[in-house]
Design a protein around this ligand. Structure first.
Ligand code: ATP
Length: 329
């Protein structure tokens, strides 16, 4: 099957900065794909390469089987939803949404009809006459989405589109975006530095670091089987344990990862440890414990009374939750 987006050894260097460094990547048609990584890891540059706002320094890029190098952004059948939405303040909502169609020479009646339908899709039917200044942040985000969708792109690029929203609205929009993507069947490529967002929304996640993809896979894969310390730590703050500790307590002298929620307190647990601190998190209590100089976090359900700081506890876990990492970095 032809990939929606295919990166073949793509690099983008800015002087001595390797923003994107020999990346290979295949994104399937209809996939909700997240690019996750810390600031400066190269995610946005990858998105801009797909959009056509950047050209690769080397390598080959295809969009639905067609060579993308040299093809200008407006000829790519790709649209971007920017983090700051980039709406036109002097136009009302419907004209903002219809703008791309006007530029393409679509007649007024057709473009207003299409823009109206796009606004219905993002649940803003009836808001067409308003100005952007008369909308909430969440509504502006929806307008930006409608403005991209009206062009019926084959690939929709989203650059931290929920970054400006408060947590509640963010969670609501995550669900809406996901169901919209599934119903439209458009390939979504989503950039975020929020691991929870990537895990909850995407079919597949690529974790970036230093211009490279360090691991790509399903959210479960990335979370349960991180290949490197970096991935284990970045995706869900795991307990990353060094080889000497793992050798003594897990039987394998390699870097290992053990998720906080996989550890329980049990009188017959295999490992004793000292409680350093505890914090109330609402649905759970997070404990920090120490053993042999290694510090581990664990999550206790709020229904369980947490032990006092300084007390001794015994820890238990299932052997299958101890994940030995293949990579070192
Ligand atoms: P963020 O989450 O902060 O947006 P990111 O992972 O999207 O980060 P990029 O914006 O792709 O990262 O940047 C990757 C690297 O390339 C950074 O070191 C950045 O400073 C550099 N970079 C990006 N664009 C340019 C440019 N036009 N000129 C010079 N350096 C650039």
């Amino acid at each position: 099957m032809t990939s929606a987006v295919s990166f073949q050894k793509i690099s983008r260097h800015f002087g001595s900065v390797r923003a994107v460094d020999a990346v290979d990547l295949e994104i399937a048609p209809g996939e909700f794909f997240a690019m996750l990584g810390p600031s400066g890891s190269g995610k946005t540059t990858c998105l801009r390469l797909i959009a056509g706002f950047e050209q690769p320094t080397s390598g080959h890029l295809e969009i639905f089987g067609e060579t993308a190098e040299g093809v200008p952004p407006y000829r790519r059948n790709v649209n971007t939803v920017f983090q700051d939405y980039a709406l036109f303040p002097h136009l009302n909502i419907i004209d903002n949404v219809a703008y791309g169609l006007m530029v393409r020479g679509i007649d007024k009646a057709s473009r207003l009809k299409a823009a109206g339908e796009a606004l219905e899709l993002v649940k803003l039917g009836g808001y067409g006459e308003r100005r952007t200044g008369q909308l909430s942040g969440g509504q502006r985000q929806r307008v930006a989405l409608a403005r991209a969708l009206v062009n019926k792109p084959k690939v929709l690029l989203l650059d931290e589109p929920l970054g400006a929203l408060d947590l509640k609205l963010r969670e609501q929009m995550q669900e809406e975006l996901k169901s919209l993507q599934k119903s439209l069947g458009i390939t979504f490529v989503f950039v975020t530095h929020d691991q929870g967002e990537a895990l909850s929304m995407a079919d597949r996640v690529a974790v970036f670091n230093d211009g490279k993809i360090v691991q790509a896979g399903s959210p479960e894969d990335i979370y349960r089987r991180p290949m490197t310390r970096f991935v284990a730590d970045f995706v869900g703050s795991s307990n990353v344990l060094p080889p000497d500790f793992s050798g003594t307590h897990f039987g394998q002298a390699k870097w290992t990862s053990l998720r906080p929620e996989s550890i329980r307190l049990s009188p017959d647990g295999a490992l004793s440890a000292t409680v350093i601190s505890r914090s109330f998190m609402g649905a759970a209590n997070r404990l920090l414990v120490e053993r042999d100089g290694a510090r581990l976090h664990l999550m206790l359900p709020a229904s369980q009374t947490p032990p006092e700081s300084g007390s001794e506890v015994r820890l238990a876990w299932n052997a299958s939750d101890v994940h030995v990492m293949e990579g070192e970095a």
